[in-house]
Write a protein that binds this ligand. Structure first.
Ligand code: PAF
Length: 278
């Protein structure tokens, strides 16, 4: 059986509508393509919540600004389709730029709250682009459930906030971080690490664990993590911090749960990791 590919929003909506009229739950895995094992784990995490699974592939220009790697972002449709074909996927949605952002598009979403700070300090445009495209994808696919990885923890919270605030009837499923045997969080950027950088990278998860379990004050723990990262060979640290796990605000005595988050660079390779505090 060949995998149905939808390129037009109307066709995608009709297919989802037909499934839902037959009593089936539709699940969405939004991606920008360049599919790897991490994406397959998202499909697995979504399976219990869906009878039909759609994978969308769209390199969203509004989450990039000039100087970022939009032009270089890998576009490999044939390879992506071959990765998906043998798996439990029922359709692929591959809209064009013009289909997504036709002439006259003028309603971008500008999320606040959990979308401020951390990643947004480096890329202020980023979560606006993500929120806009995810809202469109959820409406276009009529998804009953959609899955996002905890690796991009702030993005996951931004999307939970988006569906709550805009009353989008999609259940958001969080998929756990996939790790290499040595603990390094899987990422498409890991292939850029040379042998020496790979050795440094492995320290990220070790220092993150120490941060998450630290008995120091949040400020002291963060300062220590910065020192440890620089000592390990990281060349720049965007943040190494303990935050309220729901609001991403600095933690207080009242924070019910906490999360440790780090974004650090080895030369021009930016690595992210996070974990809950025990
Ligand atoms: O995480 C990603 O791959 C992208 O930000 C997403 C959610 C597919 C939106 O373009």
């Amino acid at each position: 059986m060949t995998l149905p590919i939808f390129r037009m929003i109307d066709d995608m909506q009709q297919a989802s509508q037909a499934w839902q009229s037959a009593g089936l739950r539709v699940g969405l895995v939004p991606t920008m393509g360049a599919l790897h094992v991490g994406h397959l784990s998202l499909i697995e995490a979504l399976a219990p919540y869906s009878d039909k699974i759609i994978v969308s592939i769209f390199v969203n220009p509004t989450q990039f600004v000039a100087g970022e790697d939009l032009g270089d972002y890998p576009r490999q449709e044939a390879q992506d389709l071959s990765v998906l074909a043998p798996n439990v996927v029922d359709a692929v949605f591959i809209p064009s730029n013009d289909e997504m952002y036709p002439q006259g598009f003028a309603t971008p979403i500008t999320p606040q709250g959990v979308a401020l700070g951390l990643e947004a300090a480096q890329r202020p445009h980023f979560f606006g682009g993500v929120a806009t495209i995810v809202a469109k994808l959820l409406l276009q696919t009529k998804a009953n459930a959609a899955v996002f990885g905890e690796k991009d923890y702030q993005q996951l919270l931004v999307i939970k906030q988006l569906v709550r605030d805009l009353n989008i009837p999609t259940q958001i499923i969080a998929a756990p971080i996939m790790r290499e045997k040595d603990g390094l969080a899987m990422s498409s950027r890991n292939v850029y690490l040379n042998k020496d950088e790979r050795k440094i990278a492995v320290q990220l998860n070790i220092i993150l664990k120490a941060l998450a379990t630290s008995t120091l004050s949040p400020d002291e723990a963060s300062a220590l993590a910065h020192t440890q990262l620089l000592g390990a060979g990281f060349t720049a640290i965007d943040y190494a911090t303990l935050r309220d796990a729901q609001t991403l605000q600095p933690i207080t005595q009242a924070s019910p749960s906490r999360r440790a988050l780090i974004a650090a660079r080895i030369n021009n390779i930016r690595l992210l990791d996070n974990m809950p505090c025990p």
